[in-house]
Design a protein around this ligand. Sequence first.
Ligand code: ADP
Ligand code: MG
Length: 320
Amino acid sequence: MMALDEFSLIRRYFTRPTPGCVLGIGDDAALVAPATGMQLAISTDMLVEGRHFFPGTDPYSLGWKSLAVNLSDMAAMGAVPRWFTLCVSLPSVDAEWLNGFSQGLFALAEQHGVELIGGDTTAGPLTISIQIMGEVESGRALYRDGAQAGDDIWLSGPTGAAALAVQHRYGKLNLVSEDMAYCVARLDRPEPRVALGRKLLGLATAAIDISDGLVADLGHIAQRSGLAARFLYPDLPLPALSSETLALPVFKSCLLAGGDDYELCFTAPASERAALQSLGEALGMPLKRVGEMVVGQGVSVLDEAGCVMSLAQTGFNHFA
Ligand code: ADP
Ligand code: MG
């Protein structure tokens, strides 16, 4: 595709120094050398215009977010992100768009010391797919299936704001401007919890990043661990929003089922409470204990009165 422009496009927008790999962009394959005693953690995420992001989303945010969702998967495994590849399908060669996109992408890449080492570029409907590779000490990665009955359930931060931004963009509600700014930042510029994920090795028994909604993603830990998850709605951390927004009828379902937050949800034995509390303080991150793992299956949420809340809408499933 774009016979004339393809290689100069790759060189101009996607080629940066890659001192952390053996061979980067330009050959038939990149070469990487994982350190002795480390396992490779590999994950891929695809973002399709009109499905995962609104047409016309600003390119800087899109570049940022494309990498952020992948870094978040490394965080949830407790891995150090090292390298990534980028496949893009572009409707046209738009210099301004490519400039913004690559700036957003590399801004986050530099923050995390992760290198773009290859990819593929083609013409077509706007789609971005990143594969990320990280390293984790052999045998120490955080799985979804490690939760034990009696473990606490923790959250790295509040959920719900990104989903409110989506509702706002669909015109289903009208947020006041400060709330709008907060929610849009949560949706467009998520901060993957990589440093936390690393520190959870040896403390957490299971972890997941919240991309599809709290109940749905916690449900994955519960199911894979062969247990039930139980929490009290009033124990959930609330996003920093006005009381009007927090009182919106749609708010509860955003908090419980809204996707795109990229906080970490993890389980840990009660004996680690003090360690996790001080870890949260050291990272400047409001780690909050929200519930517990118990014998059984599924996820149950109790309201203020201790009654089970109905979870008609528990998360986003593309093919449901
Ligand atoms: P091939 O013909 O072997 O598939 P390409 O011509 O597609 O190689 O790509 C040339 C080089 O540019 C390869 O090293 C490839 O990994 C890299 N590359 C292609 N597209 C991208 C991209 N969007 N971002 C980063 N590197 C890319
Ligand atoms: Mg190719």
